[in-house]
Design a binder for this molecule. Structure first.
Ligand code: SME
Length: 173
């Protein structure tokens, strides 16, 4: 049986200093990559990443995927945290902006982002990364935090690389 990720326990909602967050992420990365290595099923990879990134990113109050369904529409996928919005059009929110542009959206203050969708009123910052398969955006990884500036540029770059690695064997969603 899997034991999940081996990391020191940190209380949910804790925003560690950036250096400590990066150290924690670096400790978790090999474990996360090993957990999904060789997996070809998109939902299996998404669910495992949602679970293990939730354990790693103590500053998050939501961690999960939105998948492209139909024309310019996202639907919620595997996640951890409180109930998320079920659907997000490409024209709306931080997730929509990421799906539309294919670019990572790091939003240190969601109140300063026009069109932010408040699924959870406690959310203060957000990081949304594009998920590509064969070069096409097929969804996004959405990370929310109740802290302002809860995710750094360095965390964004590391997570972008993790997504590429984790979905390398996945051909379709
Ligand atoms: N805040 C996001 C919506 C998703 S939820 O917060 C889980 C957005 O603006 O796209």
């Amino acid at each position: 049986m899997s034991e999940g990720i081996l990391l020191p326990k940190v209380a949910r909602g804790t925003l560690l200093p950036e250096a400590a967050r990066l150290a924690r992420l670096q400790e978790a990365l090999p474990q996360i990559k090993a957990a999904v290595a060789g997996e070809t099923d998109a939902v299996a990879v998404e669910a495992t990443l949602a679970c293990l990134l939730w354990d790693t990113l103590s500053q998050a109050n939501w961690c999960g995927f939105y998948r492209r369904v139909g024309d310019r529409m996202l639907a919620v996928g595997p996640y951890q945290g409180g109930m998320g919005c079920l659907r997000i059009p490409y024209e709306r929110g931080v997730c929509g902006a990421c799906a539309r542009t294919g670019e990572t959206q790091r939003v240190p203050d969601v109140h300063a982002f026009p069109g932010h969708i408040a699924c959870d009123g406690a959310t203060r910052s957000e990081l949304v990364l594009p998920l590509r398969i064969a070069g096409v955006v097929v969804g996004v990884l959405d990370l929310d935090s109740p802290h302002l500036d809860g995710f750094s540029e360095a965390e964004a770059r590391i997570l972008e690389e993790l997504l590429i690695r984790a979905f390398a064997q996945v051909a379709t969603v």
